[in-house]
Design a protein. Structure first.
Lengths: 256, 381
């Protein structure tokens, strides 16, 4: 299957390892991956912050840019949810862009559960709000994680509760946002996991940023990076000159 | 007062936070039993949402029917434009010098009434209505065991949207409130009383809400409190930061609509949510609170667009939108911002950012942007 990657602006700038993992994983599974550098931002941030004119212009741009692609994948549940649920509200003509969140693509479109990954860590999974409620991913990410070799999956108590990110909320209501992530981190620590995983780098920026500030030692890692770990004999790909990977306590890092 | 400022002192009370969390967790368990194990729940929600939508669409007709039915039973209907007028009317209806008892409701809270529960010696009582059945002019108070048989003066207070066309509709709504609110198939005691009372119907901004097609669904609310029980924000802050109106998610969509989006409270309440969607999932009449919050955020921003000096946030957001609108502008921005961000970082982390972004780094690190963006990697591979 020819798959177009929508890497998201956030991922492009701050978490390129996630996008690289998506490419590596899909190519490992034998698919053709294309990336159009004309892509920028889906407009999620502008839409939820109330800048609807600006968001709609970005939505139009992205829709035109991806026109003609049958399968588009994004490693962000919130960006996928924006395309699916917010675009039709901005303009009914923007409905129907075939964007899939990574676990949807793997499980529903490609029919894969065991991608062949190996990840020797104790991992807990945080179902982000857009994964859980807007996209209704259900247990797709968990099924993918359970199939990863040497991965020990720990149940996160009260997993369905929001981590407190919420885009603009994290700034406009910073105190309440931090109060929420403090409780989330307490639950994460209860699991004894050394990695917290999710299908969205935006929530992971929040959880990971708080874990990093607390020097918790627990790392926030995107689902894609775990699924792309240990594929093939060569092991995980390394990118020269990419800082932030080597430091295990950094807020987010590449797959170890 | 802005929500965020009012929330700060509430966050400092761990005991209250723990109590709210525990109560909410218990309510969620009860509701899960009453809802998840009930196969007809989704159909019942659909029916309830349709009943409430239809009632709001034909509200004028139902209110006229209600008024006629109450007067036929010997009661009388008074119309109050706002909370102050409602208080004045109620004062005039109650006998002088006798303390009035109170059966509280969200509406009695809204107009600021207080008083003790009615007892056998109460000479006058004010009752916040649950519902009012239009066809028979009947007052309904859910979850009230000792009935509504007060000997003295009875003044009933309700919002104009609390009307229910007939008893068939009422039965559906009572099931929804019972399951979603109390977590039981049917509240064991529902008190009713035919219309021999003075009824004060309150507008207080509701007609403004009805006029906004994207906001009016908020008036479907049947006062079950399920949205507050699942709201992660409400569990941390409690009711006070939501101001004088309703608390929790429904208040965050109603108060800005009834009081406007210009004042600090009305302008900040639409942002007092992470849009996590838990409220929309449990709402028995399917109010899409997150979508409504986004709509109201648009109104807040639009109200600011005309300012002669744009606020810093607007400059930032417009600048970002401009950069994102073109590949080359976007790529230039990526390189420049990343370079600037790396200058502020140490050991791969940014611990302090200036200006608006400082709100983030007050309590959270940000990773330093890697030297190679995804697109740069793609080009070179």
């Amino acid at each position: 299957v020819r798959i177009a990657v929508f890497v998201t602006c956030w991922g492009d700038a701050l978490f390129p390892a996630t996008g690289r993992a998506v490419v590596r994983l899909l190519e490992h599974l034998g698919h053709e991956v294309v990336f159009d550098p004309a892509q920028t931002c889906c407009g999620h941030m502008h839409w939820t912050a109330g800048y609807h004119l600006e968001a709609t212009a970005l939505a139009r741009r992205l829709t035109e840019m991806f026109a003609g692609h049958d399968v588009i994948v994004t490693p962000s549940a919130s960006c996928a949810a924006t395309v699916r649920t917010a675009y039709p509200r901005m303009d009914p003509a923007l409905a129907g862009l075939p964007v899939y969140e990574l676990s949807e693509l793997l499980v529903d479109v490609l029919g894969v559960i065991d991608v062949g990954a190996r990840y020797p860590h104790r991992v807990t999974y945080q179902p982000t709000c857009h994964s859980l409620r807007a996209l209704a991913l259900g247990d797709r990410p968990l099924r993918l994680l359970r199939a990863v070799r040497d991965l020990e999956l720990a149940d996160l108590p009260e997993a369905g509760e929001c981590c407190g990110f919420g885009g603009a909320f994290a700034m406009k209501n910073a105190d309440t946002s931090v109060a929420m992530v403090a409780d989330k981190i307490a639950r994460i620590h209860e699991t004894g996991a050394d990695v917290v995983c999710a299908a969205d780098d935006s929530c992971l920026t929040h959880i990971g940023g708080a874990l990093s500030r607390l020097r918790s030692g627990v790392r926030a890692v995107h689902l894609a990076e775990i699924l792309a770990s240990g594929l093939g004999a060569a092991g995980p790909e390394r990118v020269p000159g990419d800082l932030g990977r080597a430091d295990a306590a950094a807020p987010r890092s590449d797959a170890p | 007062v802005r929500f965020s400022d009012a929330a700060r002192p509430e966050l400092r009370d761990p005991g209250a936070r723990r109590r709210r969390r525990r109560a909410a967790a218990e309510a969620r368990v009860r509701r899960a039993d009453a809802v998840d194990g009930f196969p007809g729940w989704e159909a019942l929600r659909e029916a309830g949402a349709a009943i409430r939508e239809r009632t709001l669409r034909e509200l004028g007709t139902h209110l006229e029917t209600l008024e006629a039915a109450v007067e036929e039973e010997g009661g009388h209907v008074h119309w109050a434009r706002d909370a102050a007028e409602a208080r004045r009317i109620i004062d005039g209806l109650l006998p002088d010098g006798v303390p009035a008892a109170l059966v509280r409701s969200d509406v009695t809270d809204e107009i600021g009434l207080d008083g003790a529960e009615p007892g056998p010696h109460s000479k006058a009582a004010v009752v916040g209505a649950g519902f009012l059945v239009a066809e028979t002019g009947t007052l309904v108070v859910a979850d009230r065991g000792d009935g509504l048989t007060f000997p003295g003066t009875l003044v009933v207070v309700a919002g104009i949207e609390d009307v229910v066309p007939d008893w068939t509709d009422l039965e559906v709504l009572l099931q929804l409130v019972s399951r979603a609110g109390a977590g039981v198939p049917m509240l064991p005691a529902v008190a009713t009383r035919a219309g021999d009372f003075a009824l004060v119907l309150l507008d207080n901004g509701r007609t403004t809400v009805l006029a906004d097609p994207d906001g009016r669904a908020a008036l479907r609310c049947v006062h079950c409190s399920a949205c507050a029980d699942v709201c992660p924000v409400y569990q941390r802050t409690g009711p006070r930061p939501y101001g004088p109106g309703r608390a929790g998610p429904i208040g965050a969509v109603l108060t800005p609509q009834t009081r406007g989006v210009e004042a600090p409270l009305g302008a900040s309440l639409p942002f007092a949510s992470t849009l996590c969607g838990a409220c929309a999932d449990v709402c028995p009449v399917k109010i899409d609170i997150p979508a409504m919050l986004v709509h109201l955020r648009g109104r807040v921003v639009d109200a600011r667009r005309g300012r002669p000096v744009p606020p810093p946030e607007m400059l930032l957001m417009r600048g970002l939108a401009w950069s994102m609108g073109d590949q080359h502008r976007y790529e230039r921005t990526l390189v420049r911002r990343a370079r600037w961000a790396r200058l502020l970082s140490r050991d791969g982390r940014i611990r302090r950012l200036p200006g608006l972004l400082g709100k983030w780094t007050d309590a959270r690190d940000l990773p330093a942007p890697p030297r190679q963006t995804f697109r740069a990697w793609w080009r070179r591979r």
